[in-house]
Write a protein that binds this ligand. Structure first.
Ligand SMILES: Nc1ncnc2c1ncn2[C@@H]1O[C@H](COP(=O)(O)OP(=O)(O)OP(=O)(O)O)[C@@H](O)[C@H]1O
Length: 450
């Protein structure tokens, strides 16, 4: 019977992206088949819900295809983490420091954790754009180091990554104040490493980081290109992972998109769960505004909230900044907030609603994202690192502007219209299969659209 499941897995692997396959399908345990029912087991409620919503039909079809029976699946939960197949960390050479597990620097959570009490799950508004990351973060906070390790959260600037990471820390601390939780930006990690190197205090540094129960590292993209930081972080990661400690990492990019990041680190980030945060929709932005207004005792009329939510494309920090500005003006002048006042205060800073979308703007945005020159997009160089951005830029140009294929061709250095059609078809096809590309293109489109 287990053979049926093995064959099903092979079929599913062909039809589901590797990322989704390893996140959702791999944790499934086959239990038994009774009549037309296949009994499966998963480690927690979150995975069960996700599979039911997204993969139940695909799995049922894949199993039913094998024989003549139309199977249904039944999923139960086994919350014993041992049943979950986990990738085994590569064996790491032990340094003398790693074998010395003495706790030299950790004396108590409060002086060490750097957790911002303000950022909690209660003060985090969940909506379609961040639902997945939010649910994954809650799962980690409820059961650290059992299911999703590491948890890798990525998303654009000001979309709540730091908030959610602190929320994990606060939630864990609320439940178990004895755990050593440590929040660090990757910049701070680097600085501390440099100082420790300079002052010959590497033993202390290592002991400190390797005696943590939950390590929260924010903005990991900043260690890109820094060889010794990556090296040290790699060993810290391994030491913690091997001792079943929770690691949470945030980044502004998907692991594969972080330039100059060592492959061995990149692959470790992909061991656990990768969850993204997208730009919030209008409703979520308004809900965030309401929460922030309440927190700051600001009376925010509905039309002003709508105006703000509409004016800020994605960055929640920016949204919050505008709200505080209007609130401050209202309080200093003792006048209630209204739409005219809000428009007046923000007239110089708010992004114009009708910002024109042009092929040139699209080229600039895409080139910045991929860290290449706009002239490379217009060139005919066939380097792999240029071909994809070029095709993405062509695809978005066609999608967001009314330019014809020949017009787009002209703006891309005089290319034939058939080249543009080919590029667009290629991207359309890849978008169906490649989650990472889909996320990138969605992010680019969101940042280009006013
Ligand atoms: N869903 C949300 N609910 C409530 N507040 C939010 C939400 N998303 C973002 N914020 C708020 O927006 C501000 C910026 O968020 P945060 O610093 O977490 O963003 P970030 O993604 O870490 O940004 P960066 O990329 O610059 O590091 C914070 O004040 C945070 O509380």
């Amino acid at each position: 019977m287990k053979n049926i499941w093995q064959t099903t897995l092979k079929k599913l692997e062909k039809n589901i992206s590797p990322q989704n396959f390893s996140t959702w399908i791999k944790p499934i345990n086959f239990i038994s088949i009774t009549d037309d029912q296949v009994n499966l087991e998963v480690p927690n409620k979150f995975i069960k819900g996700w599979i039911k919503d997204n993969y139940q039909k695909v799995i049922e079809e894949a199993i039913s295809d094998i024989g003549t029976v139309n199977y249904r699946i039944s999923i139960s939960i086994n919350d014993n983490p041992e049943i979950r197949e986990k990738p085994q960390p590569e064996k790491q050479e032990k340094t003398e420091i790693e074998t010395n597990k003495k706790n030299l620097s950790l004396k108590g959570n409060d002086q060490f954790s750097n957790i911002n009490k303000k950022y909690t799950f209660e003060s985090f508004v969940s909506g379609p754009s961040n639902q997945f990351a939010h649910a994954a973060a809650m799962a980690v906070a409820n059961n650290p180091a059992t299911t999703y390790n590491p948890l890798f959260i990525y998303g654009g600037v000001g979309l709540g990554k730091t908030h959610i990471v602190h929320a994990i820390g606060n939630e864990i601390l609320n439940k178990n104040n004895n755990l050593k939780i440590c929040y660090y930006s990757s910049e701070k990690f680097t600085n501390e490493l440099i100082n420790s190197l300079r002052h010959a205090k590497m033993d202390e540094f290592r002991n400190k980081f390797r005696s943590i129960d939950v390590l929260l590292i924010d903005d990991i993209q900043f260690i890109a290109g820094k060889k010794s930081t990556q090296e040290e972080f790699f060993h810290t990661f391994n030491a913690l992972y091997e001792s079943h400690k929770q690691i949470v990492v945030t980044s502004d990019k998907f692991p594969k998109e972080i330039p100059d990041l060592e492959e061995r680190l990149r692959s470790r980030f992909e061991w656990g769960l990768i969850a993204d945060i997208q730009a919030p929709d209008i409703e979520t932005k308004q809900a965030i505004l309401k929460m922030k207004a309440d927190q700051n005792n600001i009376e925010l009329p509905e039309d002003v909230s709508f105006f703000l939510a509409n004016s800020v494309i994605s960055n929640v920090r920016e949204l919050e900044g505008y709200l505080i500005r209007i609130g401050a003006f209202s309080s200093l002048t003792s006048t209630p907030i209204n739409l005219e006042m809000a428009k007046n205060i923000l007239k110089d800073i708010i992004i114009e609603q009708n910002k024109e979308i042009t092929v040139e703007n699209i080229q600039k945005t895409v080139a910045t994202h991929y860290q290449i020159k706009t002239s490379d997009l217009k060139s005919s160089k066939r380097l792999k690192t240029l071909v994809l951005p070029r095709q993405v830029a062509m695809y978005i140009s066609r999608k967001l502007t009314s330019s014809s294929y020949p017009e787009i061709g002209t703006k891309f250095g005089g290319k034939d219209h058939s080249t543009i059609i080919h590029a667009i078809k290629k991207i359309e096809k890849n978008l169906e299969e490649d989650l990472q590309l889909r996320t990138t293109v969605e992010k680019l489109i969101n940042s280009i659209k006013p």
